[in-house]
Each structure stands twice: as C-alpha cells, then as structure tokens.
Design a protein around this ligand. Structure first.
Ligand code: ZN
Length: 110
C-alpha cells in the first residue's frame, strides 16, 4: 500500500482504518478486509504495545526480534535492548524503510 509506505519512509507510522466500519486494516491494504469498503483513512496509532514473544535471529545480522501487539495489531520488529520478556510494555521507537525498501520497526522498553 503506497500511502502506508510513504508515511513509513518518513518515519511515521500510520495505518489504514476503514471509514465505514472502523476496522484497522492490517496488513495494510487499499480495501477493507471486513466490509470491502474502499473508503480508507490513514490514522495514527498509540505507539505503546506489549511484547508477545521474542527470538534471536542469527540469519544475516544478529538481531533480537520480537512480536509486538499494538492497539490490536501485531508487528514483528527489532528489539533495541535486551532483557525484554513476553508481557513487557514496549514502544515503537523508530520505523522506516530499509535499503531493500522493506518496512522495519524498532521497539524499546516504554
Ligand atoms: Zn470496513
């Protein structure tokens, strides 16, 4: 979804919300996955979330990855500090596009 990536490339996290039924559309799409409306608006989310699980990735760079639930949506991101355990409150510290134009998210403790 172009609008989503445009915001993300500027470090802003906005997700599409259906104007018709108010569903958060995640993963981002141009069409509501609940009522199929195309009336979508980009909306800010609370940047605080909760760590659900984490794992260390040894593929490529050594990164501590976590699955975070934030306002009902789930995002996989990099944990910028150690010592976070499932249930920890975290916040989205940074987001953007990496050199391959893939979204990245970075979380730290809140
Ligand atoms: Zn809808």
């Amino acid at each position: 979804m172009k609008e989503f990536l445009d915001f993300l490339s500027r470090g802003k996290f906005r997700i599409p919300i259906c104007d018709n039924c108010h569903t958060k559309i995640w993963p981002p799409s141009n069409i509501c996955n609940n009522c199929y409306s195309k009336r979508i608006r980009m909306s800010k989310l609370d940047r605080k979330g909760r760590l659900i699980e984490h794992s260390e990735s040894f593929i490529g760079e050594n990164k501590n990855l976590g699955l975070v639930e934030m306002s009902g949506i789930r995002i996989i991101g990099v944990l910028s500090e150690g010592g976070l355990t499932p249930g920890s409150v975290v916040k989205l510290k940074k987001c953007g596009l990496d050199k391959n134009n893939s979204p990245y998210y970075e979380f730290s403790s809140a």
